[in-house]
Write a protein that binds this ligand. Structure first.
Ligand SMILES: [Zn+2]
Ligand SMILES: [Zn+2]
Length: 260
């Protein structure tokens, strides 16, 4: 049974056909999903209950995304405060995230992104929860913050990993897991295919990041959890193993990391 380790199906893109999305996931062998919620998005936090009512095996991760860090520029601690309250209100929550740094879009000033990121790692220490990391074009600062905040003691996952083998090694050395998304199915993602071959099987997760990043042959359309099956198939081909073996290992990794 596969697990989609990162998707945003409590977002408005799925409000109209959630039943069908869940049915298609189950038919594709995707038994569970880890649904990411934005702590600063009240409608999404409420929609989470609609998702779990239809799919009781989902679990949630809640955080302030680096894109939203600017809302907390005057009070970065309040980002962690909101996350803490949202986690307490959602009994199926298991992790803090997605949190991190995004210097590609730079929607929030970089120093503010770093402060908001730090405060949430500190919260993860206090609550003893793992973290879901989003990092884009911010490799060195991401590792600096993670190291300074002793994130290796809490662990977690680099979601939608798109770095090279050196970056993968850095993340693995910190004790983190790597989650691969549909990008690994793109023909030109040669370096990422190398990463898919080198990650130890007990540190690997698979995800869709729905509604974003649909894999080949669905590229350009809204993504959904059912498509994680394609990600697992491509990784299995690259590693000369079966999709079932990838499903089994990534499911066990998920349970160990996020506690069912
Ligand atoms: Zn992300
Ligand atoms: Zn995401």
């Amino acid at each position: 049974m596969l697990i989609d380790s990162h998707c945003h199906i409590a977002g408005p893109e799925f409000a109209g056909d959630l039943d069908q999305v869940v049915t298609r996931a189950r038919e594709a062998g995707v038994g569970r999903a880890f649904v990411i919620l934005a702590a600063d998005d009240q409608p999404e936090l409420e929609q989470a209950n609609q998702v779990s009512a239809r799919w009781d095996s989902v679990r949630f991760s809640i955080g302030v995304h680096p894109h939203a860090a600017g809302k907390f520029a005057s009070d970065p601690e309040e980002a962690a405060g909101q996350v803490g309250r949202a986690l307490a209100a959602q009994p199926l929550s298991r992790a803090i995230g997605e949190i991190g740094l995004d210097y590609h879009y730079d929607f929030a000033p970089r120093d503010v992104q770093q402060q908001v990121f730090r405060e949430q790692i500190r919260l993860a220490h206090r609550l003893k929860r793992p973290v879901v990391i989003h990092t884009r074009e911010a490799e060195d600062d991401t590792f600096r913050v993670l190291t300074e905040e002793r994130a290796s003691e809490i662990g977690g996952v680099f979601h939608c990993f798109t770095g090279d083998r050196d970056m993968a090694r850095r993340a693995l050395d910190l004790g983190f897991h790597l989650s691969l998304a549909g990008i690994v199915t793109f023909p030109r993602a040669l370096e990422l295919k190398e990463v898919a071959r080198m990650v130890p099987l007990d540190r690997l997760l698979v995800e869709t990041d729905s509604p974003f990043l649909a894999p080949v042959p669905h590229r350009g359309k809204r993504n959904e959890p059912a498509h994680v099956a394609r990600v697992a198939e491509v990784i299995a081909e690259l590693r000369n193993t079966s999709a079932e073996a990838v499903a089994e290992a990534t499911g066990e990794n998920f349970d160990r990391l996020f506690v069912p």
